[in-house]
Ligand binder design. Structure first.
Ligand code: ADP
Length: 497
């Protein structure tokens, strides 16, 4: 299969894996059913993927349970786990072209970014946690002259990872990496829109020597496969990334079943605050990237842009020029800046928010409609005159829609920025250190970027405040999510101390 566009012909990746990955084998679903994964460039079917349901989740959990209760992975030294994980990272690195192309085909993500950012960052993530695997330490407790003790950090057990479609690779490694390092076994439920790369990662995990049953992948739908995982009596933890609405459903299922641990990385409506003293071109670039990058399909997208009144008019002019020059098209084309939205449902949802914005009285200054002959491309869109209580200022649109708002004072900016039920991330653009420091302390969000945006790194904890969830991904905080602490106490006899 080949893709064509004005720049030539791009070779599409071969689809090698379409079945569930359970206990080290690719298998059909028990029901034999499949579902279609589609190419967002044109809506065509890419492949039929095994549709996992409750019975398949049961089999995957059984394999993970056996691998946890009796297998080598949780029992081997951290050093040994780390060595195998390093091999896993090497294999990801060796297959960078194919993995990036799979995510481009399945999610409409830019191939250039996949090769330059997503896959190299995945390699980094796995290496980071490989290095952490032998640095999991407890404490010693002196207690009294009669007792002494210590704490052991133990893997939490069988983990279910339920992930969304916007960053299929990053989601896979940021969940699987720390869980592997901790010594857990796991079942990954990728999003139904983007199952392809997860199955490829499962294959590479096996190749690298991760024992059978440790990493399982059950492709399928949320209300069936996802729900079976979050209500399973033999799953010890769910790590979920997705919408706030489904996060609530997952937490309820966990509470109603076995009170499994839950961590949630949910939606956002992140503010980016630009002060008068900012370098205007830099601020326009940052704001455009914060909302248009990955077609706005980013949980921490800077979707509310607050600009101080002194530079507001000039900022609007430049931001509109930038949006109008943004190249939208085939994500395999290196000259393209945005590919299509992931599927028809998202495409329609974003367009309906744009209509809503117009009806609510916001002023449309750029974009506002679909583009291209086929597929799900949307023009980068800018609204001004947006008010805090408008739907487009409150809801997570998950598309390339910038809402621009004006402010006068620092206090007003802080108050407006915090006027949201979410608290995932925020950005500040200023050259005044005091402003940057005091605003970053006042914003109720889990990440604050100063004079940058999307500055991600394996070492930096990421996760929300308020209704954006709890429990961090990335960094050593994420490792802690997959560990539990046991206190061991023993008497000490005849001690003079
Ligand atoms: P989005 O709106 O970004 O698609 P969702 O929260 O709907 O985000 O989906 C994120 C993940 O949650 C996907 O893997 C999806 O299949 C899964 N999911 C959806 N509904 C449920 C559910 N009822 N229980 C468990 N997982 C679900």
């Amino acid at each position: 299969m080949a893709a064509t566009n004005s720049n030539g012909i791009f070779k599409l990746p071969e689809i090698k894996f379409t079945k569930l990955f359970i206990n080290g084998e690719f298998v059909d679903s028990v029901s034999g059913r499949t579902f279609e994964t589609r190419d967002p460039r044109n809506g065509d079917v890419i492949a039929n993927i095994a549709e996992g349901d409750k019975e398949d989740v049961d089999l995957a959990v059984k394999a993970a349970r056996e691998a946890f209760d009796h297998g080598k992975w949780p029992r081997m030294s951290g050093y040994e786990r780390g060595r195998i994980m390093m091999k896993f990272a090497d294999l990801i690195e060796a297959n960078i072209e194919e993995l990036a192309a799979l995510d481009t085909l399945d999610a409409g993500k830019l191939l250039t970014m996949g090769k330059a950012v997503d896959i190299p960052a995945a390699v980094h993530m796995i290496r980071y946690y490989a290095g952490a695997a032998d640095k999991i330490h407890g404490e010693t407790l002196k207690l009294s002259s009669e007792f002494q003790g210590y704490t052991l950090k133990e893997p939490i057990g069988v983990v279910g990872h339920i992930v969304p479609w916007n960053f299929p690779t990053a989601m896979f490694v940021m969940k699987v990496g720390p869980a592997l390092a901790a010594g857990c076994t796991m079942i990954v439920k990728p999003a139904e829109q983007t199952p392809l790369s997860a199955l490829y990662y499962a294959h590479l995990a096996k190749e690298s020597g991760i024992p059978d049953g440790v990493v399982n992948v059950v492709t399928g739908y949320g209300p069936t496969a996802g729900a079976a995982l979050s209500s399973h009596m033999d799953v010890d933890k769910i790590s979920f990334t997705g919408s706030t609405e489904i996060g609530r459903v997952v937490m309820e299922a966990a509470a109603k079943s076995n009170l499994k641990h839950v961590s949630l990385e949910l939606g956002g409506k992140s503010p980016l605050i630009i002060f008068d003293d900012a370098n205007l071109d830099m601020a326009v670039n940052l704001a455009s990237m914060a909302i248009f990058y990955n077609k706005g399909e980013v949980c921490c997208a800077g979707s509310r842009i607050y600009v101080q009144e002194g530079i507001y008019d000039e900022f609007v002019k430049k931001a509109v020029e930038k949006a109008k020059s943004w190249v939208v098209g085939d994500p395999f084309d290196p000259n393209v800046q945005n590919g299509p939205q992931v599927d028809k449902a998202q495409f329609e949802k974003v367009l309906s928010y744009i209509e809503h914005g117009k009806r609510e009285g916001a002023t449309l200054l750029a974009g506002g409609k679909a583009c291209g002959q086929k597929g799900y491309c949307i023009e980068p869109t800018i609204f001004t005159d947006v008010k805090e209580d408008m739907k487009i200022a409150q809801d997570e649109i998950f598309g390339p829609v910038m809402s621009l708002m004006k402010f006068k004072t620092i206090e007003e900016a802080i108050e407006k920025a915090n006027t949201t039920r979410y608290g995932l991330a925020a950005g500040i653009v200023t050259n005044d250190l005091n402003v940057a420091n005091s605003v970053s302390r006042s914003i109720r969000a889990g990440t604050v970027w100063i004079n940058c945006y999307y500055a991600f790194d394996a070492e930096t904890p990421f996760g929300g405040y308020k209704m954006s969830g709890f429990g961090k991904d990335q960094g050593l905080h994420a490792l802690e999510k997959y560990l539990q602490v046991k206190s061991v106490v023993t008497p000490i006899y005849n001690s003079p101390w």
